[in-house]
Design a protein around this ligand. Structure first.
Ligand SMILES: Nc1nc2c(c(=O)[nH]1)N[C@H]1C(S)=C(S)[C@@H](COP(=O)(O)O)O[C@H]1N2
Ligand SMILES: [Mo]
Length: 328
């Protein structure tokens, strides 16, 4: 299938990210070259002059917006961590695809207001414009948001990341961003917005991105508390009795209130200092450490403001560990 002004530049699932993993994440704002890229069906390149967004469903004023229409609307900036939930086929495997960026765009709420969304709308469906196959199914990348989140001030139709226009790989010219929720919800190459009175019925909202729980499935929406050690990394040279720092990032949809670090494989834990957050940014934590010689397993774990913690294992936000060797 081909559509005017767009073509797929690469077909199939793709993940790209820094070779050093989380140890590459040294800066407060993650530069694009260190920020992971994910796509299920391939990458789409869209001629910005051909891009348009259809807004329909339970709205009084269905419309088609072009890029110039969005550019003419008031924009806002929002800083947020951006995290992939990992593979929907292996939802308990921690992948730690994470970064912290500044998005800029038009609030989704402004578009819904302009479209005169009806009071009977309970969900907003959005779809990407690309086509292809993932895990044996050929279907549009369609996601949904409950209306409360869709209207939240931080949810944007983004045109920029870190002060630059979105590249085609990043989902440009326009993508949805849903700060605080896993990356899967932030639809790239967005082409339609539909107001509806129920959840969307496509594979990406029914079969994929739903976690099994004792009380039924739970959509992969809000980001659970998580933390990672950036430094030291496994290959950092460390010397016995020389004071050093263990530091990293902690994040989640809710504010992180405590981070603890272990230098003995989880035998004992100490409180790290944790910085404040801006919008939904990640938060830096740090702890001083004067190591003894020999091998050490370093761990970190965090807790959010309502007391939710990182599980020890078997979860996408399981506790992170780093093995280091301290020389005599
Ligand atoms: N249209 C479309 N949007 C998509 C996806 C996709 O495959 N197609 N992948 C989602 C997933 S799983 C993630 S983690 C983020 C990745 O965004 P990034 O590549 O900018 O990091 O995009 C989301 N939006
Ligand atoms: Mo993802």
């Amino acid at each position: 299938m081909t559509r005017t002004g767009m073509h797929m530049t690469e077909k199939g699932f793709s993940f790209q990210g820094p070779a050093e993993g989380v140890h590459a994440l040294n800066s407060w704002i993650t530069p694009e070259e260190d920020l992971f890229l994910v796509t299920h069906m391939g990458f789409l390149e869209i001629d910005p002059d051909h891009w348009h967004l259809d807004v329909d469903g339970l709205v009084g004023n269905p419309m088609r917006l072009r890029l110039t229409d969005l550019q003419a609307m008031p924009q806002r900036e929002y800083m947020s961590f951006h995290e992939c939930a990992g593979s929907p086929l292996t939802p308990t495997v921690a992948k730690r695809r994470i970064g912290n960026v500044v998005w800029k765009g038009v609030p989704l709420s402004a578009i819904l207001e302009r479209a005169k969304m009806g009071s009977d709308a309970s969900h907003i469906w959005t779809s990407g414009l690309e086509w292809g196959e993932y895990a044996g199914v050929e279907e549009t990348y369609q996601k949904d948001l409950p209306i409360e989140k869709a209207l939240a001030e931080e949810v944007l139709l983004a045109l920029e990341i870190n002060g630059r226009p979105l590249t085609p790989e990043r989902g440009g010219p326009v993508r949805l961003v849903v700060p605080g929720w896993y990356g899967t919800n932030s639809v790239k190459w967005v082409g339609s917005i539909t107001a509806a009175n129920r959840r969307a019925s496509g594979v990406y909202t029914t079969r994929f991105y739903n976690d099994p729980t004792p009380s039924g499935v739970k959509p992969v929406w809000t980001v659970a508390p998580e933390s990672v050690i950036v430094s030291p990394s496994p290959d950092d040279p460390l010397s016995a009795e020389v004071p050093t720092k263990i530091w990293g990032w902690a994040w989640g949809d809710r504010h992180i209130s405590t981070v603890e670090v272990s230098v003995d494989g989880g035998g004992s834990w100490q409180r790290a200092t944790v910085d404040a957050r801006e919008d939904r940014s990640w938060q830096r934590f740090e702890m001083s450490w004067t190591p003894e010689p020999g091998p050490h397993v370093l761990l970190c774990r965090c807790k959010n403001e309502v007391g939710e913690e990182q599980p020890a294992s078997d979860a996408r936000n399981a506790v992170h560990s780093v093995q280091v060797q301290v020389d005599f």
